[in-house]
Design a binder for this molecule. Structure first.
Ligand code: ADP
Length: 623
């Protein structure tokens, strides 16, 4: 067994635990408070403290857990102590000693300690204790009571005791109190006499002091309770966040599925519509019989209604899914309104007269051209729809100089809207019972107006009187230019068709033979063509290289590859890269259209193909 000689130590300076426990002065007993931070140093200090005790033939009592006790035994064996020497250590499980019914009870702990130490004390054998006090569930008053009783006992019976507290887990108000009732204070590296220790204080605690402690205790309990609550709230917040993440993921998945479903549905409906509309347009031109013409016109109009419905649903779901991008530009107000009205009449064939008030030629609207067209088209077609043919429709524009806004008013003398419906009509799918049976519709038009206007940072509203008429308005940022500004809104398309040249070579890459037949009929109406058709992407690509057509019409859904891949290939080959390509597809998603244009196609026509549009595009590339 190792033995170390006692040394004297100058207690006016900080000293190490080894110096203290090795000093002769310790023989009179010492009550040491150890606030530890570093568990490794804590273990090293305990080992050397116990070693000193064993060397001096002290009785050792260790209040710790089993793992720590095993660790100490290992350390001692490594240091050369025998199994017999280790038997000098009495191990007491500290959680059992310091907790009765989950509570720290001073009297109970103290009685047990005295019972344990009495035999050695009576034999006048020096005892040294090392114990980690578990203070987490202890009231400071109880801890103080325990340590005060211990202090008296230890000093009178010459026992050396290190009362260790985990500094990271022990609240500072407990640490402060403990400093007052231990003669020595120790941290991981140093030990000193406690400057706050006072024997008088240890014995008597004044009523004011007691009250203060109680108050601190209560505050601490409250803090603990709030802390516990915060921990619980944080946990449930985490749970909520997790739920939200899952819900968001599911919603995104559902949204993606909805978009795929809608684009698929739109594609599948557009394909047969293409055939219906295409042949109706051809047949209209081929017959002079007014009765047949009127029948065909009905077929064409009905299919047009169906097409409009598909477009509205697709548009609305894209807006709802946040898939609509807004690219604002300065739009020349007058020509924009003229263009809008013209295209509405082209589509509806209505003979309703729309009066457009004088619009300042210098007025500009800051908005997305495509989206503003949608907004206005919806408002004007509603005005046309809900106004008798002898009624009046007028469009006027005002400029608010103060707010720098342009307000577009669409007024009609139609059926009007009762006041209780004025807020409902902008809701998706709202259709008034008054109008439902007489007029066709989806109830989406005004919801699109509301959503798109808001997306363009605009505002909207309506004033109406049943039986008298309605006035819808939308307002956007806008201005009236001071000097002449170039009209930046002119349609980029040339309006005068070029004269047709004979035998224009066109290649149509399309797998659906009905569509090929229809295209062939349409093209023969437009100009003289030499039409080549190929049913796959690969054969289409080779045909393009071989015949060098003046124009390529390309479907996107091909059996062997996506039409966009064919487009890529065509744009890479030196012999085909400058041949204009028009994509003709039933796919109407804005993202697909944008991508195709980005990849270099000249134009994108959605099925059903409108004969006039096709004529415009084909003739532009003729010759
Ligand atoms: P839809 O016209 O397809 O039914 P909208 O969303 O465009 O759907 O309009 C919603 C409802 O608002 C219509 O069903 C109609 O009752 C009413 N409404 C819209 N515009 C007018 C108008 N100019 N005059 C009278 N009622 C209108």
């Amino acid at each position: 067994m190792k033995r170390t000689e006692l040394t004297s130590v100058d207690l006016t300076e900080p000293f190490t635990l080894k110096e203290l426990t090795n000093s002769s002065m310790i023989e009179s007993g010492a009550h040491i408070l150890y606030m530890f931070n570093d568990h490794l140093l804590y273990t090293q200090n305990a080992t050397s403290y116990i070693m000193e005790g064993l060397n001096k033939g002290h009785r050792i009592v260790l209040f710790e857990d089993q793992t720590f006790f095993d660790q100490i035994n290992n350390n001692l064996l490594l240091e050369g102590y025998s199994e017999d020497a280790l038997k000098q250590i009495t191990y007491i499980c500290h959680s059992k000693h310091y907790s009765t019914n989950n509570q720290f009870q001073a009297d109970h702990c103290y009685e047990n300690l005295v019972k344990l130490l009495k035999p050695a004390v009576e034999q006048h054998r020096t005892t040294r204790i090392w114990g980690q006090v578990l203070a987490q569930n202890a009231l400071v008053s109880e801890l103080r009571k325990y340590e005060c009783s211990c202090d008296e006992f230890l000093n009178s019976e010459k026992v050396i005791s290190v009362c260790a507290y985990n500094a990271l887990e022990t609240p500072s108000y407990i640490q402060n109190e403990m400093l007052k009732v231990h003669g020595y204070f120790m941290v991981d590296e140093k030990i000193e006499k406690s400057p706050f220790y006072n024997k008088k204080y240890v014995v008597n605690i004044s009523p004011t002091e007691q009250l203060k402690l109680k108050k601190i205790e209560m505050e601490n309990q409250e803090l603990k309770r709030r802390n516990h609550q915060l921990v619980k709230e944080k946990a449930s917040q985490k749970e909520r966040e997790q739920d939200l993440r899952i819900a968001k993921r599911n919603a995104e998945k559902a949204n993606a599925m909805k978009t795929t479903f809608l684009s698929q549905m739109s594609h599948d409906l557009r394909t047969p519509l293409n055939i219906i509309q295409g042949y109706s347009q051809i047949s209209l031109l081929e017959t002079n019989d007014p009765r047949i013409q009127s029948n065909i016109q009905k077929i064409y109009d009905a299919s047009n209604n169906l097409l409009k419905l598909i477009e509205e649903i697709l548009d609305f779901s894209a807006i709802e899914a946040g898939k609509v991008s807004i690219n604002k530009e300065c739009i020349h107000a007058r020509s924009f309104i003229d263009q809008c009205i013209k295209s509405i009449f082209d589509i509806t064939h209505s003979n309703q007269i729309i009066k457009v008030d004088d619009i300042d030629d210098q007025m500009y609207i800051e908005a997305d051209r495509l989206r503003l067209t949608q907004v206005l088209t919806n408002l004007i077609t509603n005005a046309v729809k809900y106004t008798q043919s002898n009624g009046h429709i007028s469009i006027s524009l005002d400029h608010d100089h103060v707010k720098d806004q342009v307000i577009i008013n669409v007024e009609d003398t139609g059926i009007g809207i009762p006041s209780n419906e004025l807020t409902l009509i902008f809701e998706p799918f709202y259709r008034s019972k008054r109008t439902m049976s007489k007029w066709k519709g989806t109830g989406i038009g005004l919801a699109i107006v509301a959503q798109l206007t808001t997306k363009m940072d605009g505002t909207y509203g309506v004033r109406s009187k049943e039986g008298i008429g309605s006035s819808f308005w939308v307002s956007f940022k806008g201005f009236v230019a001071k000097k002449e500004t170039t009209d930046i809104s002119e349609s980029p398309f040339a309006t005068n068709a070029l004269p047709a040249t004979p035998k224009m070579k066109i290649l149509y890459i399309e797998d659906n033979l009905d569509n090929v037949d229809l295209m062939s009929s349409m093209l023969h109406i437009i100009t003289e063509v030499e039409l080549y058709s190929e049913a796959t992407g690969k054969s289409g690509y080779h045909k393009a290289i071989e015949v060098q057509p003046e124009l390529i019409l390309l479907d996107l859904h091909l059996p062997d590859m996506n039409g966009l891949e064919v487009l890529d290939n065509l744009k890479c080959h030196p012999l085909t890269k400058s041949i204009p390509v028009i994509v003709i597809s039933a796919e109407a998603l804005e993202s697909t259209i944008d991508l195709s244009l980005e990849k270099g196609c000249q134009s994108y026509l959605t099925k059903p193909v409108h004969l006039e549009k096709l004529r415009d595009l084909v003739l532009r590339h003729n010759g």
